[in-house]
Design a protein around this ligand. Structure first.
Ligand code: AMP
Length: 402
């Protein structure tokens, strides 16, 4: 069966078409500048999706973007399928499922209404995700669709972990609490980690997944279930990220707004888009650039790297305490999978927990590998994430019997 995975943003739409016989990606691409004067579709196909076909055109809305994606998929020159009917189901990434979704679900009217109900919690993403869903309904009527939520995996957190210490009325009336994000990645990676650890005769009861990319979050997973995570009501909470500050004293918001004469919204925008590695280093939000600048002697870039690793290390320590022990630390996402120095910097100082890094093994990039010394009390692994495949697998599971 072929499954189309869609990640719809307000003005863009990413897609991947999977052949679920071998979980391979047979085409992928991006429709950009939807609703603007000039749009662009970049469609990748062929062996290892290396061939590229680009169309400059106007996308009136998400429906016209999906229409063109489907045309590209069946095109006689750049297509990969003979007919749209070969697509058995569509899986959609949806940012916020609030506390309504603990798992992925088949999209029906009730599901769409629940996604709408979560718009106040994900005001930028949920409406865009809905536009992607409705566009597929319009052009692929009858093809089953599934919603996969970024928040769902974290719904097993107990109240002591997800509540904020603010008056209860804000939780009861406005659902203010920690939700967590990157849940599809945390679920995929923790699931794979448990399989791999067990296959190596290693304990996998208490693990910490470090999803370290442009956005970063950690989760504490006990017996396969999330018990705590670092992102909160929004993805701003937690560790230092590419452009997000992570945790700050909330009073900083009012203080900076007053000093700079800017609004709370503008201040939050600064914390989301101009802070983190970018804000501290003044160089870039991209870890590779910050590494290069630090290696060339840029002190601010070095500080950004130290803050990044120190903050992650503190979360690892606190989750080990929260779980009452630790079996494994797992690294994933762009930085976690590729940056040996970053991983070593995070793990440095955790020897007291029983973490022993194997310098040679830690040179690995982008592949599954153990990076701790054999016999290390707390093992450490790189496990690559694949959120799109996780979405495709859920979609297959929920629709295969239909
Ligand atoms: P993601 O959001 O998961 O795509 O991750 C993006 C981040 O991964 C960016 O900060 C990249 O600089 C970082 N990244 C990708 N490759 C490497 C690498 N080889 N070394 C260090 N960071 C990397």
């Amino acid at each position: 069966m072929k499954i189309l995975v869609i990640n719809a943003g307000s003005s863009s739409l990413k897609y991947q078409l999977f052949d679920m016989d071998d979980n391979s990606v047979i085409a992928k691409g991006l429709a950009e500048r939807i609703g603007m004067e000039s749009g662009k579709l970049t469609h990748k196909y062929g062996e290892n999706t290396k061939q590229e076909y680009v169309v400059e055109t106007q996308f009136k809305d998400h429906t016209s973007a999906i229409q063109l994606v489907l045309e590209a998929l069946v095109d006689k020159d750049h297509g990969v399928i003979a007919d749209v009917s070969e697509i058995g189901a569509v899986g959609h990434r949806v940012l916020h499922g609030g506390d309504k979704f603990t798992a992925s679900c088949i999209i029906d009217d009730a599901c769409k209404q629940a996604i709408k109900d979560c718009i106040p919690l994900g005001p930028l993403h949920n409406p865009a995700n809905l536009m992607g869903i409705e566009a597929c309904e319009a052009v692929m009527a009858g093809t089953p669709q599934v919603a996969v939520f970024d928040t769902a995996f974290h719904q097993t957190m107990p109240p002591k972990a997800f509540m904020y210490g603010v008056p209860m009325k804000y939780y009861k009336e406005h659902a203010v609490r920690r939700y967590g994000f990157h849940g599809t990645s945390h679920r995929f990676v923790s699931g794979r980690a448990i399989e791999v650890l067990k296959a190596h005769g290693q304990k996998a009861d208490k693990i910490i997944v470090c999803h370290l990319g442009n956005g970063s979050s950690l989760s504490a997973v006990v017996d396969g279930k999330c018990v705590d995570t670092s992102m909160g009501l929004t993805p701003l909470e937690g560790v230092l990220m590419g452009t997000r500050s992570g945790n700050v004293d909330p009073a900083v918001v009012e203080f900076i707004a007053n000093k700079e004469g800017i609004s709370v919204t503008d201040t939050l925008n600064m914390l989301n888009k101009k802070s983190g590695l970018l804000g501290i280093s003044g160089v870039s939000s991209d870890m590779r650039d910050v590494n290069t600048a630090a290696n060339e002697g840029n002190a601010d870039a070095r500080l950004a790297l130290d803050m990044w690793a120190y903050g992650i290390r503190k979360y690892i320590g606190s989750y080990a305490a929260a779980m009452g022990g630790l079996d494994a630390i797992i690294f994933t996402a762009g930085i976690g999978e590729n940056d040996a120095a970053g991983r070593a910097n995070v793990l440095k100082g955790l020897e007291f927990l029983g973490v022993e890094v194997d310098e040679e093994a830690n040179k690995v990039r982008g592949k599954e590998a153990m990076i701790s010394k054999p016999g290390s009390k707390v093992v450490s692994w790189v496990i690559p994430t694949n959120e799109e495949l996780a979405i495709a697998m859920d979609t297959l599971e929920l629709t295969a019997s239909k």
